[in-house]
Write a protein that binds this ligand. Structure first.
Ligand code: AMP
Length: 285
């Protein structure tokens, strides 16, 4: 695996790959890699001749400075995992490389109209987050110009935002959404899980348990009562501070009242467990 830190080096290397007309699979990450990330690399490996992974803890998508500061960073371990998974190229730029000479919060923004996506769930709880995601992912797409790009369904709204961005800015990459990998007790794998205290780690599987119960009950109970069930169960759990438990149209992420309101329906949740913010979701239909 080759590791590169600068955009010119990356573009030069990719030009060689493109000359051979090889398909490029791209997996953007913020590092602290776990098997969920590696599942994206493996899927990209199956479907493309060359696999590029990026690791960049993007400051502009963090709305909480403490979250950025505490974000886990494990570059040595990440490189080892990527090498073993068969990744061909790792792009690991410094902040100055992506945002040269300017305040990262004001430079290189591309305008995307997110419509309702800009007003619900993550967008509501984390002002500026998706603007930061669009800023960095568009910049990475400009550098890599991938054939296919791989994202996790764990960040459900992020996938919808990226799809809107690709459509509006005219990128040609295919967006492949991949299933959420979970720990044996159901907790969605996340780089932030290592920040949970041992006690909170024991409480965390309640999120998956509640989503699974709601999915089962969705076959026979009205959605508003299920939403109430989810909100009560997670809102009243000791140590948990619920931000939202929302049942929504999986395409628009707007709230729905009945299982007949949309072709696909998703339940999404965000909460704080101790000081750690966790998100998860489950497709109900
Ligand atoms: P992150 O490093 O958290 O920005 O994540 C990089 C990519 O990995 C994103 O597309 C995430 O949705 C995806 N990802 C994170 N956790 C998981 C997981 N448990 N299963 C599958 N994909 C994941």
């Amino acid at each position: 695996m080759i590791t590169l830190e600068t955009i010119p080096e990356l573009k030069l290397k990719l030009a060689g790959i493109r000359e051979k007309k090889l398909e490029i699979g791209f997996v953007p990450t913020m590092g602290a890699l776990h098997p969920g990330h590696i599942s994206l690399i493996k899927r990209a490996k199956e479907e493309n001749a060359a696999v590029i992974c990026s690791i960049f803890v993007n400051p502009t998508q963090f709305n909480d400075p403490q979250d950025l500061e505490k974000y886990p960073r494990t570059p040595e371990k990440d490189m080892d995992l990527l090498q073993k998974a068969g990744c061909d190229l790792l792009f690991m730029p410094k902040t100055e490389e992506m945002y040269p000479g300017k305040d990262p919060f004001v430079s290189t923004h591309k305008k995307v109209d997110l419509g309702a996506l800009a007003h619900v769930m993550e967008a509501q709880q984390r002002p500026g987050h998706f603007e930061g995601v669009i800023q960095i992912v568009s910049k990475l797409f400009d550098c890599v110009n991938p054939t296919r790009s791989y994202f996790g369904q764990k960040d459900f709204q992020q996938v919808a935002v990226i799809r809107a961005m690709v459509k509006q800015l005219g990128y040609t990459t295919a967006i492949i959404a991949c299933p959420t990998l979970r720990e044996p007790d159901g907790l969605a794998m996340s780089s932030r899980n290592v920040l949970l205290t041992p006690e909170d780690r024991k409480k965390a599987p309640l999120i998956y348990k509640t989503l699974s119960e709601v999915k089962e009950m969705a076959l026979c109970q009205p959605l508003d009562s299920l939403q109430e069930y989810g909100r009560e169960k997670l809102g009243n759990a000791p140590g948990m501070k619920l931000e939202y438990f929302q049942i929504a149209d999986a395409a628009t992420l707007l709230p729905v009242k009945s299982m007949n309101d949309a072709p696909s329906i998703v339940a999404c949740v965000a909460l704080k467990l101790g000081k750690v913010r966790l998100i998860d979701n489950m497709i109900l239909k």
